[in-house]
Design a protein around this ligand. Structure first.
Ligand SMILES: [Zn+2]
Length: 337
């Protein structure tokens, strides 16, 4: 399957059922493409093609430009791959409308890095761009409905690979917002690239930053594959998303940004460690790490999604699948139609 045949299906025909129609297309996309067909170069082409079809402006910051433009963690995570790391920045809509910024984890393949995954854990890691695929699906639904928002979509695209230039456990990385980050485990790479992208999103004080990421196994231990944890700084918004999720057959479940657990991220030699030292509350501590990078945004939502259906179910085929799109779209539609 060539990459040219993959992503265009995410752009559904006019008059189709909005976000619901994206299910099959995303599933097709993630299933049909191994990471050999969808590395960072091809993924950028697909995202540019998506942007072009929707009249979005798009810029890309690639390779060493990530260093000169201060995205050190995106660079560090992706620099070991033969295909350079990059940050895609897409915009659409009237700049005077409320600013909604979506951030999607675009890890085209995750070996775990030097903290390499076992075979069983690596097998499905072509799906580690499921967050990016889902925010693009959500963006499509928002633009298709012409919601009155200024939409921005940020996708850090990297392959977490292994070579002599890999970042290492124990490294201290600078971050875009100035915090130093001690690397506890190179397999917790998603939160690092999200942190730099969230910082960029936060700099313009948007109404809402919403990120989606296939972030933690702990989320699946807690709630299983079909019920993604939802974290938010805005409890009313979280409740609205949960209600909409139940109504849209797209359930989400609010989990706490539990402040006392922030101490699990303490580091003796940096401002923060990106993973906790113990095995407890791994989805919550990942969310607490990301929360440190949200300063100015009025609200922030983080969805720790699985983006994979182990078995086909009514309305969803086997493989890569949408999670959270229908719920979030439903709430945004009520607010910004
Ligand atoms: Zn990982």
């Amino acid at each position: 399957m060539t990459s040219e045949r993959a992503l265009p299906l995410i752009c559904v025909e006019e008059g189709s059922l909005e976000a619901a129609a994206l299910t099959a297309s995303h599933a097709h996309w993630a299933v049909a493409n191994g990471s050999n067909d969808l590395g960072p170069d091809a993924f950028e082409r697909e995202i540019r093609s998506f942007a072009g079809r929707h009249g979005m402006s798009v810029t890309a910051i690639i390779g060493d430009d990530l260093l000169s433009q201060n995205f050190p963690m995106i660079h560090a995570v992706g620099r070991a791959s033969a295909q350079a790391p990059r940050l895609l920045d897409l915009s659409w809509g009237n700049t005077n409308d409320p600013k909604i910024t979506l951030v999607g984890k675009g890890v085209t393949f995750d070996t775990g890095g030097l903290d390499i995954k076992p075979s069983s854990g690596m097998l499905l890691m072509k799906k580690d761009m499921g967050g990016a695929a889902n925010v693009l699906g959500l963006a499509h639904a928002i633009m298709d409905a012409k919601l009155r928002v200024r939409l921005r979509v940020l996708v850090p695209v990297v392959e977490n690979s292994i070579s002599g230039s890999s970042f290492r456990p124990g490294d201290i990385l600078p971050s875009r917002n100035g915090m130093t980050v001690e690397i506890g485990n190179t397999d917790a790479e998603g939160r690092l690239i999200l942190a730099d992208a969230i910082t960029l999103a936060d700099e313009e004080s948007p109404e809402l930053i919403l990120d989606m990421a296939t972030l933690t196994g702990a989320a699946r231990v807690a709630l299983g594959p079909d019920l993604p944890p939802l974290y938010s700084t805005d409890d009313a918004l979280a409740r609205a998303l949960m209600e909409q999720g139940l109504a849209s057959d797209d359930p989400l479940w609010q989990m706490p940004l539990w402040a006392p657990y922030d101490a699990m991220l303490s580091s003796k030699i940096a401002d923060v460690n990106h993973v906790s030292s113990g095995g407890f509350a791994g989805s919550i501590t990942a969310a607490m790490f990301l929360k440190r990078f949200v300063v100015n945004a009025k609200a922030w939502v983080h969805l720790d999604i699985f983006a994979w259906a182990p078995e086909p179910r009514p309305g969803r085929s086997f493989g890569g699948t949408d999670q959270g799109i229908r719920s979030v779209y439903g709430v945004l539609k009520q607010r910004y139609s």
